[in-house]
Structures are given as structure tokens and as C-alpha cells.
Design a protein around this ligand. Structure first.
Ligand code: AMP
Ligand code: ZN
Length: 138
């Protein structure tokens, strides 16, 4: 069995509840769901994270996530959907095989939806925003 949990799931060596599979991707249910129907989309080929995954696998994962987002609305009755990717331990990544969380959202239904915005939006200083933009485009 692979040392990577998600490679083991892709190979069928670890049990999972699969909800979709194609040539490049697999989707299965998250065992610690943030909401009803929370699933994970992974590439079949191992990539550590967002910065390592190839463009074709990235595109395939995003297409699968889009399909599952649609299914969340039409089949689960979700009111909305969040896609989440964590890149790096400091960004909450805990499994180091690239994955996209597909998290169905349910308006005013706390029993089905535990996701909360992790920051309080407040206006940034314009000069700091501009300085960050300058660094990004340098
Ligand atoms: P992240 O923190 O973004 O790396 O997300 C990893 C996710 O994988 C978490 O939400 C875990 O609940 C989930 N997870 C870990 N192990 C398994 C597993 N064996 N089957 C399904 N989901 C898992
Ligand atoms: Zn892996």
C-alpha cells in the first residue's frame, strides 16, 4: 500500500465512498464532512499540491469539481457550493496529494452545514494592497 492516503484510495487499497471516476480523476466522500455531501476530487496521478500538479490534471480536477457542484445543487438540494484547496501546511493542507474540496452549502440549515467564513472581511489599507500587487507583478 502507498504511503499516500489518497494514492491508496485511488488504487483501491483503502476503502472510500467513491462518487465519480474518469480517466484522470476520482471523487470520494470526505470522512470529516463540513456539510452534507462534502466530497474531495483528486487526480489519479500523485501530485503534492496546487503548485506541483500539471495543467491537464488541474483542468480535469476542476471539471470534476464543477460536475459535483452541479450535482450538489440538483441532487442534494444545496443552495450553493464552495470549492476549497489548501496548498501547504500553513494553508491547512493535511493530506499531501492535491485535492479540491467540494462543499455543498445549505442556507439556514446548521444541521447540514458547519462551514463558516474563517476571516472577518474588513477594508485593507490601499497602499498595502497596491504594494502587494506591485510585488506580484514585479
Ligand atoms: P486538507 O486539510 O485540505 O488537506 O484536506 C484533507 C481532507 O481529507 C480532510 O477534510 C479529511 O477529512 C480528509 N480525509 C483524510 N483522510 C481521508 C480518508 N481516508 N477518506 C476520506 N477523506 C479523508
Ligand atoms: Zn498520492
Amino acid at each position: 500500500m502507498s504511503e499516500c492516503t489518497f494514492c491508496s484510495i485511488v488504487a483501491g487499497d483503502l476503502p472510500s465512498t467513491k462518487v465519480y471516476e474518469d480517466d484522470r480523476t476520482v471523487a470520494f466522500m470526505d470522512i470529516n464532512p463540513a456539510s452534507r455531501g462534502h466530497s474531495l476530487v483528486v487526480p489519479k496521478e500523485h501530485s503534492v499540491d496546487l503548485l506541483e500538479i500539471g495543467a491537464d490534471d488541474m483542468a480535469a480536477c476542476m471539471q470534476t469539481a464543477q460536475k459535483l457542484a452541479g450535482d450538489a445543487k440538483t441532487k442534494l438540494g444545496a443552495d450553493g457550493v464552495n470549492l476549497l484547496n489548501c496548498c501547504g501546511a500553513d494553508a491547512w493542507q493535511t493530506v499531501f496529494h492535491f485535492h479540491i474540496h467540494v462543499i455543498p452549502r445549505y442556507r439556514d440549515q446548521p444541521a447540514k452545514d458547519r462551514l463558516r467564513l474563517p476571516w472577518t472581511p474588513e477594508a485593507g489599507a490601499p497602499e498595502e494592497i497596491s504594494a502587494a500587487a506591485a510585488d506580484l507583478t514585479a
